[in-house]
Each structure stands twice: as C-alpha cells, then as structure tokens.
Design a binder for this molecule. Structure first.
Ligand code: URQ
Ligand code: ZN
Ligand code: ZN
Length: 586
C-alpha cells in the first residue's frame, strides 16, 4: 500500500450551533464504501452527512452527540431492493406490515427498502400505486421507494407506466413469467412491457420461472399424490428457472431494455445471468439473489415437520443442492450477480396451513428483511468470500445505483443522506423468531450465529438502534421518488463512463431518450476500455476469520489506508476517436 500523500492545508468546516438532537459526530471509525475504505470522522446535521475527514479539519462545538466508533466499521445503511410488506397473496395478507417490516429492517441495519406495488389483473396501476402509498406513508420507519408490477397488458397499462415514471417517482417495473392465470405475462406481453420500459428509461425486472411448465407439473404431482411442500420444488426445478432467465435476457436484449432478474435462486439461473452479461459485454443485465438463498437451502422441504417445510416455501424455491448458497455468494463476489434482497413476504403458521393438502396453495414467502445484512456478512465476509467493500456493494450501493438512488443512498460521503451503520464485525448474535422484530412466528435462519452486528443504526441522522434497543416512530420514513434513466444503467448501455462516486458529480439525468436513438445495435466494446479490475474475490480462507476483516494476502481491502481526499476510482474509461463515434447500446 502506497503511503498516504502529505495532507494539504484545508479550511476548517464551521459548524452551526443548533440543537444537539440532529447533530452527530462519529469519530475513530473506519469508513467502508463500495470502492474504498479509510479512517475518517463524520459529522452529521439535519439528516445529511456534512463532513468526512480527519478530526484536525473540523471544529466540533459542545452539545454535539459524539459516537466513538473505535475498532468498528462505518458502513452505508443497507438497501433491501425487494420486500412485500402487507401483501395480499394467496387469499391472505403478509403479516409484516410497513411498520413492523421497516422497524425490523432498521434493527438489522437496512435503512431503505423498495417494495412492490402488485396490481390485480385489470386493476389500474395508478390506483394500486395509491393504495400502496396509503399503506406505507403513515407507517414506514425507514425511507422507501416503489417498484410497480405489470400483471396484465393493455394500452391503459402502457399509458399508466408513463404517468408513474413522469409523475409518481417510479423507475422500475416487475413482470412475472410465473403465476399462470394470476400475474403471468406471455412472451408477446413481455416484449411490449420491455419495449415500454426502454422508451421510458425504466429498469425492467422479471420473476423468471416458466409458469406454463409449473402449471403442468403441479397438476401431475398432485394427481400422483405428492401434495406436501417438497412438491413445490419438484414442480419448479432449476431448469424451469434457468430457461426463463435465459428467455427474459434475450427478449429484453431484443427490445434493448435493461433487465434486472429478481430472486436468482439456483446455480443454473445464476449461470444464465452470467452468460447473458458476458454476451452483452457486462451491460444491461443485473441479477439479485436473496438472503434466503445464501443462508439456507431446499433440504428443508423434506423436513419431517410440515410447518417447518411449509415455512420455507417461496418462489423460485430454495434448492436441495447444498452447494447452492456458496455458489451464489461467489457469484456476488465475481459480479455475476449484483444485489441481495430479502423478498420478505411473511406468513404465519395458520396462513401456511391454507396449503395443507395442496402445496400449490401454500402462500409463498419467507422472512429476511431483518437478517439479510448479518446473513450476508456471515456467509460472505466471515466466510472469506466477500471483502467488506464488496459487502457494501451487494447490500447497498449496487441497488442504489441501479434504481437511481445513488449517491443520496448507498455511500458515506458529504451530501449523502446520513444512513449510517456502526458495524461491529467481532460481535455475534443468534437469530431467532423468539427475539426478532418481525411479526412472523418463524425464522428460516433460526439458530444461525452471525458475526457482524449493526450496533448503532442511524437513518437520516436519527439514531434508531442503540444498545440493542430499537427506537422508531411510525411514519418517520419518507417515500423516495426515483428518476428514470439511471446513469449507472443507461450510461453503460450508451457506452459512457459511469462516474458518480461523489456528490459533486450531479449529472444524474444526463442520458436522454434522444441519446439512445443512435446506432443501437452496434457493439461498443471497442470504445470502452475497462481497466483491469482489482481482484476482489478470493478463495474462501480455510479457517473463518473471526474479525470479519479481509485477508490481506488474498485481497485488496486495506485496513490501514488513510483518507485520500483526491482519489476517485473509476472502472470504465471511454475512449472516443476525434470527432466522436457513435456508441452502441449493448
Ligand atoms: O414472487 C414474489 O416475489 C412474491 C409475489 C411472493 N414471494 C415469493 O415467493 N417470492
Ligand atoms: Zn417474484
Ligand atoms: Zn418477491
């Protein structure tokens, strides 16, 4: 590691005397962003980070709440891009509502969630959106944004997608390839939806499973007397997921639409995401996996207790191949997958009973919003597969970038929201339904001991978790409108550099529809020089490290790097010939 450059004289930051309530000073910690880690202090005022730097550069007035983060890591708050709070589903309603769900999120270190508006067939998307806002706004304890599902297709749906993007702060739409007769779109409808997303500058998302195959398999399994929870996985095995992932990537590519594959649950599906990313020069395709898929597996469907097995039912299902969790974690480490969600959609024992005689009627969904951060740390960082920077990327920053919340969210930097975790990698906690904040009566991670605990959780400058207590008020969170044409997604497609790591770069909406109307099918790979990436993935260490810090021989994570105010690490440099050259889309 090169020595830190000599500090340049800096003007001391004056601090206004205000109530100490909204002012925090965090000292002695090590900040970890997705691209670098460094030692620096942080000053927070009015919900924003106002200062990041050495203590010598700031005058701290009396009355400011000081937090000593010595030997702790300071991380951006987690972003869970996939929740279903109080979702009506399968004739019942998910038990974690927007209050319990977001309180649990904060308890576990997640300070932003993105939930899904899911309209019924023929229901207006705008009306469904209003319903979700009316549920969420009075209850949320952390900030939230909304994706909207397209569960049917018509001109009015297409028109409403435009209104949602232009007037309601929505920039992503989820299409279902499963749930035949309920939410499923056929290929022709998928193409229409992808084309519309592309026109609007939105991000298309897919639930990728072949619903037609599943419908046939369910019928056959039930007819042959297989009606328990193990039938759920048998009806929708890996290739049923992988086929849909491959098809979705091709359909989206044909429509030149960026695609985010939600809940990648199997090795085969992750391989399809990787293949598509390679085919399309690492552009336009993103994959999310779940805490559930990283922290447990499909052998639970064979559990002797029906309730235990049914509690693990979600779609796509957990896989019986016990090597799946580590494979998916390595896929995150290798950037073959980009994000981790929870897909939190919780049903209690009596609700799961709806499928007692027919697995296809078990309400789908599991917990995860509270435990996602700890599970990813335990199975990723503590296991030696992720370094702390990558942990930040896959639990926070990548989702912020893809859904255009970055750098307001997903980064510790001046100007960003003060969503901050004081993370103790040495402490452990045992997960249990008896102690969790969620409303559900079961926890799929029951008994798991996780290193990595968010000892203090700060959401928009407010301390919400401290000394094992959660202090929140219903409605303290706010709705986050998201803008279309996320630069991270569309700049890359358009052959431009994405370089938004600091708040001083404000070109958030610098890709326009007109920009995209150029030479869309020309491959731009020659125009883009991708700097060799520093190796961020390593073979799991033989013995787990107890402190969660990176093995210096295996990775580039620095535990001694000093704050370098000038350094910016950009991964993509664009090389254009004189006079410019049109850049292709993929
Ligand atoms: O498919 C989903 O994402 C929701 C509707 C239900 N939960 C689940 O099983 N994944
Ligand atoms: Zn889904
Ligand atoms: Zn879901």
């Amino acid at each position: 590691m090169a020595e830190a450059p000599a500090p340049t004289p800096v003007k001391k930051v004056p601090i206004h005397l205000q109530s100490a309530q909204n002012r925090l000073y965090i000292k002695n910690g090590k900040i970890v962003n997705h691209d670098k880690s460094f030692c620096a202090d942080i000053y927070v005022e009015d919900g924003k980070i106002k200062f990041v730097g050495p203590s010598t550069d700031i005058v701290i007035p009396g009355g400011v709440r000081v937090i000593d983060a010595n030997e702790k890591l300071i991380l951006p708050g987690g972003i869970d891009p996939h929740t279903h709070f109080q979702l009506p589903f399968g004739g019942t309603v998910a038990v974690d509502d927007f209050y319990r769900g977001t309180k649990a999120a904060l308890a576990g270190g997640t300070t932003t969630i993105i939930d899904f508006v899911i309209p019924q067939k023929k229901e207006s998307l705008l009306e469904a959106y209003d319903t979700w806002r009316s549920w969420a706004d009075p209850k949320v304890c952390c900030d939230y944004a909304l994706h909207v599902a397209v569960t049917w297709w018509s001109k009015s749906v297409s028109d409403e997608m435009k209104i949602l993007c232009e007037e309601r702060g929505v920039n992503s739409f989820k299409m279902f390839m499963a749930y035949k007769g309920l939410f499923q779109l056929n290929d022709s409808e998928l193409l229409e939806a992808f084309e519309r997303c592309r026109e609007l500058g939105a991000v298309a998302q897919v639930h990728a499973e072949n619903g037609d195959i599943i419908a046939k398999n369910v019928k056959k399994l039930l007819e042959s007397g297989i009606n328990g929870p193990d039938g759920h996985e048998l009806s929708r095995q890996e290739e049923v997921e992988a086929e849909a992932v491959n098809r979705a990537c091709i359909l989206a590519h044909q429509m030149q639409c960026p695609l985010y594959v939600v809940h990648v649950m199997s090795k085969s599906a992750a391989i399809e995401v990787k293949r598509a990313r390679e085919r399309y020069n690492q552009k336009g395709i993103y994959g999310e996996t779940l805490a559930a898929a990283l922290g447990t597996d499909g052998t639970n469907y064979k559990h002797e207790c029906w309730h235990h097995a049914a509690a693990h039912v979600l779609s796509p299902p957990l896989r019986p191949d016990k090597t799946t969790p580590q494979f998916l974690m390595k896929s995150l480490a290798d950037d073959n997958l980009q994000t981790t969600g929870s897909d939190n959609c919780t049903f209690n024992r009596n609700q799961k009973e709806l499928g007692r005689d027919d697995f296809s009627k078990i309400p789908n969904g599991v917990n995860g919003v509270e435990d996602r951060m700890s599970v990813v740390w335990e199975k990723g960082v503590h296991a030696g597969i992720l370094d702390p920077c990558k942990f930040v990327a896959v639990t926070s920053t990548n989702a912020a970038k893809i859904f255009n919340l970055y750098p307001q969210k997903g980064r510790i930097a001046v100007g960003s929201d003060a969503d901050i975790l004081i993370w103790n990698p040495k402490t452990t906690r045992r997960i249990s339904a008896k102690t969790h904040y969620q409303a559900c009566d079961f926890n799929i991670f029951e008994g798991m001991v996780c290193h990595g605990v968010p000892e203090i959780v700060i959401a928009k400058g407010r301390i919400c978790v401290e000394n094992d207590a959660v202090r929140v008020a219903e409605g303290q969170g706010t709705f986050l409108p998201t803008s279309v044409f996320p630069p991270f997604v569309y700049n890359a497609l358009n052959g431009r550099a994405e370089n938004h790591d600091d708040m001083d770069q404000t070109n958030h909406k610098d890709v326009t529809k007109e920009d995209l109307d150029i030479d869309l099918f020309t491959k731009a790979v020659d125009d883009i020089l991708i700097e060799p990436k520093e190796e961020s993935v390593y073979t799991p260490s033989k013995a787990p490290r107890l402190d969660g810090q990176k093995n210096m021989q295996e990775s580039t994570f620095s535990i001694s790097e000093e704050l370098d105010k000038s350094e910016k690490r950009s991964c993509i440099r664009v090389r254009n010939p004189p006079g410019g050259k049109s850049s292709g889309f993929w």
